[in-house]
Design a protein around this ligand. Sequence first.
Ligand code: TRP
Ligand code: ZN
Length: 874
Amino acid sequence: MTNHSQAMTAKYRQDYQAPLYWIDTIDLDFQLQEPLTQVTAITRIRRNGDHNEPLVLDGEQLTLKSIAIDGVPCEHYELGEGSLTLFNLPTECVLTIVTLLDPAANSALEGLYKSGDAYCTQCEAEGFRRITYYLDRPDILARYSTRITADKAKYPFLLSNGNKVDSGNLDGGRHFVQWQDPFPKPSYLFALVAGDFDVERGSYVTRSGRKVALEIFVDKGNLDRAGFAMESLINSMRWDEQRFGLEYDLDIYMIVAVDFFNMGAMENKGLNIFNSKFVLANPATATDSDYHGIERVIGHEYFHNWTGNRVTCRDWFQLSLKEGLTVFRDQEFSSDFGSRGVNRINNVRTVRGPQFAEDAGPMAHPIRPDVVIEMNNFYTLTVYEKGSEVIRMMHTLLGEEHFQAGIRLYFERFDGQAVTCDDFVQAMEDASGVDLGRFRRWYSQSGTPELTVTDEYDAASDVYRLHVRQHTPPTQDQPQKLALHIPLDIELYDEQGAVIPLQYQGKAIGNVLDVLETEQTFTFDRVPTKPVPSLLRDFSAPVKLHYDYNDEALAFLMRFARNEFARWDAAQMLINKAVIDGVARIQQGQDVAVSATLLDAFVAILDDRELDPALKAEILALPGEATLTELFEVADVDAIHRVRDEIQQRLAQAFGAQLAAQYDSLKLPTYRVVHADMAKRALKGVILGYLAALDAGSADLLVRQQYAAADNMTDTLAALQVANSHLLPCRAELLADFEGKWAHDGLVLDNWLRLVGSKPAADVLADVKLAMAHPTFSIRNPNRLRALIGSFAMNNQVQFHARDGSGYRFLTDLMIELNEVNPQVASRLITPLIQFKRLDEERKGLIRAELTRLASLEGLARDLFEKVSKALLQ
Ligand code: TRP
Ligand code: ZN
């Protein structure tokens, strides 16, 4: 599948126009056969308004066999690059189009393709045009009926959206199934699967009494790994009824797990298709974080049934309408089911790390982008994660009750329609009476706002003032920035750690301050002592906060802040200060210094018997190197690595005998997937890392013991990770043992590939190349690629940025290969090569040379073209 002469033209949000034609129904007939599949699409077309414009259908990588209009063969058409144009159509007509496709050759995994022995589809965003010529845009809502015919022995299951209405046997060992989806939908929600599977069956009775059949299709032999996904699905269905009042609307809900998939999962109506990574789990194969991932993604796709499917996007610029909202919903689901604090911490890590980096890079865009070359490039951290933060801010400003009223109004107004982000905000505003006028700028403005806070206390009058200044630095896409409506959640503490009520002139003030202007002052009276402020609690807005805390104030907040997130956040700020200071010292040839205040504060956390071990683990796990680079204008990756190591060592020394004692006390007799036990395992893993920093010799023994004794994948991997990151003597032996045990199982072997890619040693690239020759590795499998290449390029900063440019050259060579195989996956893996703003001039030069080489490649796919050309403008 080459992409020669793809159109590189940009599309603009402002250019939206209603379609010239509507499509009311589509009847699809798939003849699945080797080598070519034949697709017949019969559509009812209706002209929209009074005009004589031709009908321009989208189509890519298709072989056109025939066209008929109202049964009459049509000769007068124009086949363009990516389009089929038909002229002089009557006001209404029936169009019959027959196309041929080659699913086995489709390595881009978009449209109809083969994952192992099964056929499956991926149509979002613009994959349906690889199945037939169609108006492949989300504002065309049609009723689908789908008939699939295939060999019965090889493909006993033939699945599509909606309800099964007919099936039967045919000559030559073939059979067919006919599906009908009663809900009109955009083409991106179409799905088809054909294959042989094991099926996990369940059922759910909705609040109003509808009985829903639940079916999870997995590769044969994997039935013992489907139970948790089923449980999560049932929990999602119940939760959406209870928290959002939303009920499922078909008689059947199917999930198919496939091994070849570009993303996490896809919410096709009634027939979700999942990356098997987010379905399959048992204690022997999956880690605690794999379980969390499954719960989250099963929830996410299920929640799309309302936020995405029942109400969908008018155009792709509105993607955050469904994604931001659905991420918010899955985050709330995970928080209601597990630890709210820990979930918040992990979501904030993603925004502050990779999302802020995206804002600072050449692909910066608002959550509702204004210009797009390749839509697949806009399934981003900004649209998803920052999009969710924007929904969360509305939730903060409105409160749960008004927010839910807004959701109800949204569905009253727009059920069955394709709408815009503005429509959503309007419903929120109308239902709550809260003015969201300035708030709307979050949809149009890109970049990370910075809040600079200063304060003053007047002991004579007991008055405390907070001065807040907001400023959004320019981004590559947008030089001018405006003031935003920023909810700033704060709390004040006295020296004893007691809360000082917020009030002014006899009136109580809520915790959430409305920052609306470039500069604003908030005054509080009856403040009896100079307070310690807790600012941006719960990360109440996706901004960078600057306030000149000293180490003592941060240590105080780590101890006294009333909410878990604020305690973790204070710890992060304390570490960040130490890293910034440490890097400066290293650059001046001095030793790293870690303050006694910092050490004492962390020892107090380890000693705190009240604290949830999961939160302890989050506080004690130091920020990753990539996140730390965000602290610097020019980031010295080598110094950051050294300082982080040094801080870990100093902490380990300060923890002393505590470490080993706590490690032993966290051992569990049996494995259970429950929060309390997951928390202990997480903490045990973090402590093992500190033990290795303290004394590699004795840690080597402990790691070997933990590896040998482990009855679950979490403990196994924790041991391997420590062996790997500290290059313990047991590393090679344990990694080889693990590889030997799991060589046959791609999903589990991904853990090994990640360890190989993140080896902190100069010879890592040789190991990576060897791993690419492993029989289970395939460049056509996105999971394998992300595990091995992603860990090297994104989690092994020092080696990826090696001064000889070997990391850059390696990734660029791979991009050239992947450009032919799977441009969508290439375009995700290229991220560390385009976000080079914070590097030194020498490294920048090396990267520019590689990107220039890539830019000159003949047949460069749109996905890579868009990113490389923007990166070179930096
Ligand atoms: N809508 C999907 C989700 O949010 C995202 C998705 C799955 C996707 N597969 C894709 C987006 C392929 C683009 C291309 O869960
Ligand atoms: Zn989604």
